[in-house]
Write a protein that binds this ligand. Structure first.
Ligand code: ATP
Ligand code: MG
Length: 292
C-alpha cells in the first residue's frame, strides 16, 4: 500500500511535478497569475517571470494554461528548453512548434522566408480566426541574444490594437542580466515579475493546501506548528524544497507507525542529510528580492 494511502490520502501530496492541481496561490504566485491572465486577454505582448530555482515558475505556467484553456480562442505552445545554435535554428523550431513545418520541405528556405511564414500564420490565426496565440518559453535563461532578437521581431507583428503573439518567458534570475542589455526588448515588456520564496505562514498554507488537494480530511493537523517553523527554517520558503522535505517527513512517520509530523522529525531528517553531506546550503536567499 502506498504511504499516502495509510495516511488517508487519495494521491501523493508532495510530488515535485509541476502539477497545477497542487498550485497554492501565495501572494506572489497569485499576483503573477492574475496579471498574466490579464496580459493574455488584452494581448499585450511580452510578459517575463523571473524566479530562483524551485520557486514555482513551471508550475505557474501550467496553472496559466489551465486557467485560460477553458476560455475560447486561446492556443498555447510551450518550449521547455530554448537552446538553439542560431537564429535559423530557433525559427525552424518555432515553425515546428506552431505546426506549420510543412514549409520546411524546401530545405533551402531562408531566415526571411521563415519569418514571413510565421508572420502570415500569426496573422491568419490572430486576425482572421480571432485566436490568441500564446508562446510560453520555460528555462528562458537559456535563450541566446540571437533568440531574444527573434522574439523581439515576433513582438513587432501586431495590429493597431493587439500583438499577434503573446510571449511568456519564465526564467531563472540570470535571464534578468541578459535582457537588461537589450533596451529595445526591455521596452516591450508589458508585465514583469519576480517570484520570491514563501514566508512562514505561506509555507504552512501551502502544506495544508496540498494535503487537502490530495484528499486529507483536516480533523487534526498532520504537521504541527513547530514542524512548519522548522520546515521554513530549513527551506527558506522555497516551494520545491518544502515539497521534498514534506514528502520525506510523511514517509518517515508512516515507516515509524506515527500519524503526526513534529519539529523533532524535521530536525532528525535534516541532521541525517547533514551527516550524509547533503545538507541545504545556508545561503539560499534570493540575490534580488525586489521586482525588477
Ligand atoms: N505555488 C505553489 N504551490 C504549491 N507547490 C508549488 C508552488 N510553486 C512550486 N511548487 C512546487 O515546487 C516544486 C518546484 O516548482 P517548479 O518546478 O514550478 O519550480 P521552477 O521555478 O520551475 O524551478 P526551476 O527553476 O528548477 O525550473 C514543484 O513540486 C511544485 O509542485
Ligand atoms: Mg522550471
Amino acid at each position: 500500500m502506498s504511504y499516502y494511502k495509510i495516511l488517508g490520502l487519495g494521491t501523493e501530496p508532495f510530488s515535485t511535478n509541476p502539477d497545477p492541481m497542487f498550485f497554492y496561490e501565495s501572494r506572489g504566485h497569485k499576483q503573477a497569475l492574475t496579471n498574466l491572465i490579464i496580459e493574455m486577454r488584452l494581448r499585450r505582448g511580452l510578459s517575463i517571470i523571473l524566479g530562483d530555482i524551485g520557486t514555482g515558475k513551471t508550475t505557474l505556467s501550467r496553472k496559466l494554461i489551465q486557467a485560460l484553456s477553458s476560455r475560447e480562442g486561446f492556443v498555447f505552445q510551450i518550449i521547455l528548453d530554448p537552446t538553439y545554435e542560431n537564429e535559423k535554428d530557433f525559427l525552424v523550431s518555432l515553425v515546428r512548434t506552431l505546426g506549420i513545418e510543412n514549409i520546411l520541405t524546401a530545405n533551402t528556405i531562408s531566415v526571411s522566408e521563415l519569418k514571413e511564414t510565421i508572420q502570415n500564420f500569426l496573422f491568419q490565426k490572430g486576425v482572421k480566426e480571432n485566436k490568441t496565440m500564446v508562446l510560453i518559453i520555460d528555462e528562458a535563461q537559456k535563450l541566446s541574444e540571437a533568440s531574444l532578437e527573434v522574439l523581439r521581431i515576433l513582438l513587432n507583428y501586431e495590429t493597431n490594437v493587439a500583438k499577434l503573439i503573446q510571449v511568456v518567458l519564465l526564467g531563472q534570475l540570470e535571464l534578468h542580466a541578459k535582457i537588461i542589455n537589450i533596451p529595445n526588448l526591455i521596452d516591450r515588456i508589458s508585465f514583469k515579475y519576480t517570484l520570491n520564496p514563501l514566508d512562514q505562514d505561506e509555507v504552512g498554507e501551502m502544506i495544508t493546501y496540498r494535503l487537502v488537494q490530495a484528499g486529507y480530511k483536516l480533523s487534526k493537523n498532520l504537521f504541527t506548528g513547530d514542524a512548519i517553523k522548522e520546515i521554513y527554517r530549513y527551506t527558506h520558503g522555497y516551494p520545491r524544497k518544502v515539497a521534498l522535505l514534506c514528502h520525506k517527513a510523511l514517509k518517515n512517520i508512516v515507516m515509524n507507525n506515527r500519524m503526526i509530523v513534529d519539529d523533532k522529525i524535521i530536525r532528525h531528517l535534516m541532521d541525517e542529510e547533514a551527516k550524509n553531506g547533503w545538507h541545504l546550503p545556508e545561503k539560499m536567499i534570493l540575490a534580488q528580492k525586489s521586482n525588477f
